[in-house]
Design a protein around this ligand. Structure first.
Ligand code: FRU
Length: 496
């Protein structure tokens, strides 16, 4: 039987989502039906289609008591909206159904695992928070909470881990059929750890070990873990809170970190060989990955940052979006990411130009827009090179967002300080890229209110939202201190 809370959410979205103007949503990125979206949840295949759930508040464009919203897709580009999947309607999750994962069971049902949040007044009047892991089972549209909930509680925590911060289970099935899940918890040193759990049937879970401890090295509490093998290594992804920068490698605050290393399943030890930011932009958090039926590891994330969520345009009814799903690989010690290849099917209105000289500021016919896929291959026009190369986007007379490359220090800078955003939050990031004698390849994916930049075929990515009216669609190119030449390949993206 459907609970009152879920019925109310479904009725609300059914009545109101069709009234959200389509121009408020991205064209080809996952976005909520209405209201607010944060983390991706349950990103997985079920009966041959990719399902994506998300942290969801249908009733306003702000975070509140979390539901699970629901989308699905056949190609990662065209998203179909499904009714809300979970609502807080039991004692153990009455204050929210927080992040988690999903999997297809051998009997054809879909299993969801999520964190149930429950607050109670403590003895001293202070609020006590309990986070437990809970299950729901369904058919890809309707779900029933499991009668044995919660399935992981304080009793399943190793010593020193806090039941008030015990969340975000992500699960998968091993080749031998056992289920495994990772969660995060806060440790006694006030930082985070990733915990490993195992189950034979997906319903009865036991603690197996600690995969990694933060030890206050990469932020404090970690959120939203994922752990998977890739190209002969193991990758542990976490979203740390209160991160501190290390040179230009991480930035302060909420970040997303990727630890690449080796995992020994016998001793259950993960040895880290590299740590890097997953994305070098302004808006990126809470990654989840899946493996496609054709063997690709694909990642999605919330294209937002908890510190900039207040930067909402006025009067909107729908706020939040995911990144474009990205194909991952590991090269050397580093993560490589590129937009899913399915995007190429939706390219239209091609502009392909070669050896375009850029000296001073240049605009090109047919090169403008806010829903596009554009790749530039830039090189110095002569041996004397250039000091810097800039791409100005989302511009009109007043507003502009700039991506700048300086070959000297081999640094990219993204700057949306003059994009028209209502608040003076952090709008600039710098990050180093591989030195290639003034050559650089930049791919821009824009979808109305967002920009994702991929550098040198996915060696780095940088994501940012552009709270800018769509009419600001000008693009220009500029060099200072010398000239460059570029090949350009630009397409509009259109869904029929
Ligand atoms: C990360 C997060 C998760 C939590 C969810 C709540 O953005 O804080 O740890 O499950 O959001 O909405």
């Amino acid at each position: 039987m459907m609970s009152e809370a879920l019925r109310k959410a479904r009725e609300f979205e059914q009545a109101n989502a069709p009234r959200v103007p389509e121009t408020e949503r991205p064209v080809f990125h996952a976005a909520p039906a209405i209201g607010w979206m944060n983390d991706p949840n349950g990103f997985s295949f079920y009966r041959g289609e990719c399902h994506l759930f998300y942290q969801y508040n249908p009733y306003s464009t702000h975070w509140d008591t979390m539901h699970w919203g629901h989308l699905k897709t056949k190609d990662f580009i065209r998203w179909e909206r499904l009714p809300a999947a979970l609502a807080p309607d039991n004692d153990y999750d009455r204050d929210g159904c927080w992040s988690g994962g999903a999997i297809e069971l051998p009997d054809g049902r879909q299993l969801l695992i999520y964190t149930g949040l429950r607050k109670t007044p403590g003895h001293d009047g202070a609020e006590q928070v309990r986070q437990t892991q809970c299950l729901a089972v369904g058919d890809g549209r309707d779900y029933e909470k499991y009668a044995g909930n919660p399935v992981l509680t304080a009793e399943n925590l190793p010593e020193g881990c806090s039941p008030s911060d015990f969340r975000d289970p992500k699960l998968w099935r091993e080749p031998d059929g056992t289920y495994r899940a990772v969660t995060v918890s806060r440790t006694e040193d006030d930082s985070g750890a990733v915990l490993l759990y195992a189950s034979e049937d997906g319903f009865a879970w036991r603690f197996e070990g600690v995969v990694a401890r933060c030890r206050n090295e990469y932020g404090k509490m970690w959120e939203c873990p994922d752990f998977f093998p890739l190209d002969g290594r193991h990758v542990l992804m976490v979203s740390p809170m209160e991160m501190q920068p290390s040179g230009l490698e991480f930035h302060a605050g909420y970040g997303a970190a990727c630890l690449i290393g080796r995992y020994d399943p016998e001793t259950r030890t993960f040895s880290r060989e590299n740590a890097q930011s997953i994305d070098y932009g302004l808006d990126f958090y809470a990654t989840q990955t899946l493996e496609t039926p054709d063997g690709r590891r694909v990642m999605i994330a919330w294209m937002q940052n908890w510190t900039s969520v207040s930067c909402q345009p006025r009067g909107i009814r729908c706020y939040g979006m995911m990144t474009i799903p990205r194909e991952l690989s590991v090269r050397g010690n580093r993560l490589i990411q590129n937009p899913v290849r399915e995007l190429e099917r939706y390219r239209t209105e091609p502009v392909r130009l070669q050896n375009v000289p850029v000296e001073g500021e240049v605009t090109l016919q047919g090169v403008r827009g806010r829903v596009l896929d554009m790749t530039l291959s830039v090189s110095p026009a002569s041996e004397s090179g250039y000091d810097c190369f800039k791409v100005h986007l989302a511009q009109d007379g007043e507003r502009v967002t700039t991506v700048r490359y300086k070959p000297g220090p081999s640094l990219i800078r993204i700057d949306r300080s003059r994009c028209g955003a209502p608040y003076d939050i952090v709008h600039v990031r710098n990050f180093p890229v591989r030195q290639r004698n003034g050559k650089i390849k930049l791919r821009f994916i824009m979808d109305r209110q967002s920009l994702e930049l991929f550098v040198n075929d996915g060696e780095q990515a940088a994501s940012l939202l552009l709270p800018v009216p769509e009419s600001a669609d000008g693009i220009s190119f500029e060099t200072n201190g010398g000239a460059a030449r570029m090949d350009i390949e630009k397409y509009a993206i259109e869904l029929p």
